[in-house]
Design a protein around this ligand. Structure first.
Ligand code: ZN
Length: 169
């Protein structure tokens, strides 16, 4: 299962101290956000994910988020399913609140745990979604231009909702 439970910042700090890690394998259908992208092409793919904690340079917990596997999306040229490898390997500094972001050297690789804590599944989905190409196509797909000109706008843009998905926090 994708990790839905929210982990308190205090616990994340403790995990970082003893270099704890969490591993899981889940089906695309277990993640509503990934399933939305793959609904028309297939939900059977499975992904392997892990979160490894350590203490970062600034004393904040750091998590290395990794994901491997594949997703089936719709090719933006021929509209047939295209299987895209997923390979995520990101290091994120975890801070407890917004005003701590300025203490971190690389603010773009920072996640805010918030008062409740951090949902490991959510940061994983964020990293997977941002790693995907905006317009997935088959390698050397031979049908060119047809999709844009002959199909309805909604049908040819399976990633149209991606921006909105990424803003859902
Ligand atoms: Zn194609």
């Amino acid at each position: 299962m994708i990790q839905r439970n929210v982990i308190a910042f205090r616990k994340l700090r403790e995990w970082a101290g003893r270099r704890h890690s969490v591993e899981t394998t889940f089906a695309v259908g277990d993640s509503a956000r990934l399933a939305d992208l793959c609904r028309s092409s297939g939900l059977a793919e499975r992904l392997h994910a892990s979160w490894s904690f350590e203490s970062g340079l600034e004393g904040f917990p750091l998590v290395r988020v990794r994901a491997a596997g594949a997703l089936k999306l719709k090719c933006q040229r021929c509209l047939a399913p295209v299987r895209l490898p997923v390979e995520v390997d990101s290091r994120l500094t975890i801070v407890a609140g917004e005003n701590e972001i300025r203490e971190v050297a690389s603010p773009y690789d920072t996640v805010v745990a918030g008062p409740g804590g951090l949902a490991l599944g959510t940061i994983l989905e964020d990293e997977i979604l941002t790693s995907l190409p905006l317009a997935p196509v088959h390698d050397g797909c031979t049908v060119s231009g047809e999709a844009e000109t002959h199909s309805s706008p909604g049908a040819s843009r399976p990633l149209a909702g991606l921006g909105a998905l990424l803003r859902q926090k």
